[in-house]
Design a binder for this molecule. Sequence first.
Ligand code: OVM
Length: 398
Amino acid sequence: MPRPDNCPSTEIDPFAPEFLEDPYPHHESLREAGPVVWIDKYNLMAMARYSEVRMALRDFETYCSSRGVGLTDFATEEPWRPPSIILEADPPLHTRTHGVLMKVLSKPAIESLRDDFKRTADEMVDGLIEKGECDGVHHLAEAFPLSVFPDAIGLREEGRENLLPYGDMAFNAFGPRNELFEKSFANAQPVVQWIAEQCLRQALVPGGIGEQVYKAADDGTVTEEEAGLLVRSLLTAGLDTTIFGLGAMIYCFASSPNQWELLRKNPKLVRGAFEETLRFISPVQTFMRTTTRPVKVEGVELSEGQKVLLFLASANRDPRQWEEPDRFDIRRKTLGHVGFGHGIHICVGQLLARLEGEVLLTSLVERVERIELVGNPKWRLNNTLHGLDRLPIRLVAS
Ligand code: OVM
């Protein structure tokens, strides 16, 4: 795929450790380079401005998902696993599968989990206040979703340690076959096998969301095999994403004590605060699309079959759209942020993610006067996700 005429280009590698460690200054260079930028290293077209990212996400006919939403072009290369029938699909298949997950993750379905989630969060926060210092990632951002999400789906206890390695693999696999990819795939076989086994109907504990997906197979909306693949989507997308989001939330408040004070004075801001975290950090940093036809963008002609890298995280901090975008401000109007994506592929699990964020933040606000940073945060590098590996904090009781 040649570089189109009159298109700015860059030698930046958006999957190199120095980019992933602190992506935000690199996003600025990409935004300033132009509405579309050619990434030499991967023959990749990039969009980093809010307006172009939204446009491409909305135009699913021109910017398709069925050829993969990572670097691998499913039209010419073998994907690492059978494609997702929702993420890596276009209408009409996407419409059908999206409908099934919409229903099992609907407002009433998710709300029925609230009381249980809140009890768990309350106990967890109480325990950590008692403990004094803790790791905000390990003891909270990971521990909370791990103790509620697999139960909500209806997974058995045994083998749950495979969930995080699988997510790490799946999100690295959208990028190039670099060191991060190779490392996460070192022990792939048993992890992939365990996941595949848990997606089967007979593996799922009755009463969970997984069982609900199979009920859609009973009424004929999807086949039994498709139901299994949709459970796989839940297991792939449902854990690392929320963990990185919750870790970011704790980090934002630990490093902005004035915002914490503001939230404690006005707990009604909890929902908006989680949303601002998603805008500010964007746990899912990027997704790609593939063009289905030649298309002109701001004077640059993209050819058919062109991979296009969409920087959600950069769109969420584009000064063309946001005032003081690099400021974490929980009173901000975050409407229109693309942290959950945009258009037909917008996150189908967003109500569950928001429930986790809201519930955990509420437990903290009710109990904690200060979140003190007691050591250096460490970022965990991944080709798609941005989040923390370690966050040494002390929760001081109010
Ligand atoms: C999937 C899926 C959906 C959303 C995100 C994602 C790995 C995967 O359907 O498997 O990230």
